[in-house]
Design a binder for this molecule. Structure first.
Ligand SMILES: Nc1ncnc2c1ncn2[C@@H]1O[C@H](COP(=O)(O)OP(=O)(O)OP(=O)(O)O)[C@@H](O)[C@H]1O
Ligand SMILES: [Mg+2]
Length: 475
């Protein structure tokens, strides 16, 4: 199913080409090289790649012209521009012309690899067709023929054709992101970019400049203008994931963008019209958040032009057998294993469990079972073992955590402690970040990737907790 992602590297400096090629191949990419701009353009147009990395100054065709022409031919292909310091204005020009992002030389290899990984993921999201409710899917699919899922497919069909804002709700792991992709792929904007932003992954000021961009000098460290994701999603679709985590100030700004359909970059006055279709998702209970005045009602009504609410997995248990077979095939392909069968008792066992982690948890259990079998049909013992193991870290932590919570709450009740919630989050985060950086042997990029946070967040947290970040990885 999955082949190696392909990268086209357009660069005339043999030294840079050699170094980058090795690093990219080590990360598991297929790398094609063009040493002239015009050749790169032809290759990019005629062959299939998941991302393009290009230099700015090259013989044949400049990086800017390349971006303009290649983006016009393939609007969904992410192009990353490398450019020497001092040519930031040009880099910004490139993003306006449709480049996915840019990097200033000299750059950190970890930074480049992270950017490439993001670009490849987004290009796969845009290009892998999603089939709805297929029992024998060839590629990515939304599986399930239960009534509850049939109703979801209908809703997807109803909203796909228009540009109406859709709020996708449901517990964690129920498939909200999949639904967002399906709406996009069935919409008239399917030929234009789909830009996903995780609103929970960045602290407020960074998120605002990520979404709306910023002008040079807007804040300390804003050395150059930045084009935000909204501007990049012009004519396309923007997916605002974890919308329940937006800060009050960002909520106000987003509301204005939704109402007036223009953006202002942070620190700028220019009103820039944007035509982006907005899809949003959250697992949070927005009604409670609104009562607590943490989420604005006006924004809620703006966002929920239409709401699609995904059912819990336990509300569609009849889909479990199909899901199991689908995940089995997908895991086999990903792990490079031969096809395996699963015994009917094992499927029955899975069907009758509760799934607080929903479809994602089921997927993990199937994958773990597959790893336990070593080629034999999967039995119910193996499935049971995988299921308990998946639960174990939480169950083990449960007792100690319970004691710790009780201790804090008792202190609070006696008036010795305020703000237990903030304290718990802080304690858990400190523990999590320190373990991650320790396991990653000080490699911040790696630890950030495991945790699913940006490197900026990683650095900030390490500083905040006074954790020794260790040496930066060699570049
Ligand atoms: N109906 C489905 N068919 C096939 N795969 C599914 C289905 N629902 C979820 N998945 C898979 O389960 C995993 C979780 O799905 P997804 O990321 O869309 O959930 P989510 O609702 O966005 O979760 P979260 O709130 O934690 O972000 C993904 O690997 C996805 O491919
Ligand atoms: Mg999600």
């Amino acid at each position: 199913m999955k082949t190696k992602p392909g990268i086209l590297l357009i660069e005339d400096d043999a030294g840079i080409v050699g170094g980058l090629k090795k690093e990219l191949q080590a990360e598991g990419y297929d790398v094609a090289i063009a040493t002239r701009g015009d050749e790169g353009l032809v290759q990019g147009q005629e062959q299939e790649f998941d991302a393009v990395i290009t230099d700015l100054r090259m013989p044949g065709l400049s990086g800017l012209e390349l971006v303009a022409q290649l983006h016009a031919a393939k609007p969904k292909l992410p192009i990353i521009m490398m450019t020497a310091f001092g040519t930031t204005e040009t880099a910004i020009e490139a993003t306006k012309l449709g480049a996915y992002d840019y990097l200033l030389k000299p750059f950190d290899m970890g930074e480049l690899l992270e950017l490439v990984a993001r670009a490849v993921a987004s290009s796969r999201l845009m290009s892998e067709p999603l089939e709805l409710g297929e029992a024998e899917p060839s590629q990515s699919a939304i599986i399930g023929n239960s009534r509850a899922m049939q109703a979801i497919y209908k809703e997807i069909g109803r909203v796909a054709a228009s540009s109406i804002t859709v709020l996708i709700r449901g517990e964690t792991g129920t498939g909200k992101e999949l639904v967002a992709r399906a709406i996009y792929q069935h919409s008239p904007r399917a030929g234009q970019p789909f830009i996903a932003v995780n609103c929970a992954a960045l602290p407020e000021p960074l998120l605002e400049s990520e979404l709306f961009g910023h002008e040079r000098g807007a804040f300390t460290g804003a050395h150059a203008r930045r084009i935000g994701r909204f501007e990049q999603a012009h004519h396309g679709t923007i997916f605002l994931d974890e919308i329940g985590d937006l800060s009050p100030s960002t909520q106000v700004k987003l509301l204005r963008v939704l109402q007036e359909k223009y953006i202002q970059r942070v620190g700028g006055n220019e009103r820039i019209p944007v035509d982006a279709r907005v899809l949003a998702a959250t697992h949070q209970d927005l009604e409670t958040a609104m009562q607590a005045r943490q989420f604005r009602e006006d924004l809620f009504y703006r966002l929920s032009g239409v709401t699609i609410t995904l059912p819990r997995l336990s509300q569609r248990a009849e889909d479990i057998p199909d899901l199991v077979r689908y995940f089995l095939r997908r895991s086999e392909a990903e792990l490079g294993l031969a096809p395996t069968t699963i015994l009917p008792e094992a499927v029955t066992f899975l069907r009758h469990q509760t799934w607080p982690g929903n479809v994602r948890e089921l997927e993990n259990v199937v994958r773990q079972s597959l790893l336990l079998t070593r080629g034999y049909p999967i039995s119910s013992e193996q499935v049971r073992l995988a299921y308990t193991r998946a639960r174990k870290p939480l169950a083990a932590a449960d007792q100690t955590l319970g004691a710790y919570f009780t201790e804090l709450l008792t202190q609070a009740r006696q008036g010795e402690l305020e703000n237990v919630h903030a304290r718990v989050i802080e304690d858990l985060e400190r523990e999590l970040f320190s373990r991650a950086i320790e396991l990653a042997k000080g490699n911040q990029a790696k630890a950030a990737r495991w945790l699913g946070v940006t490197r900026t967040t990683m650095r900030q947290k390490l500083l905040h907790f006074g954790l020794h970040p260790g040496p930066e990885p060699p570049t």
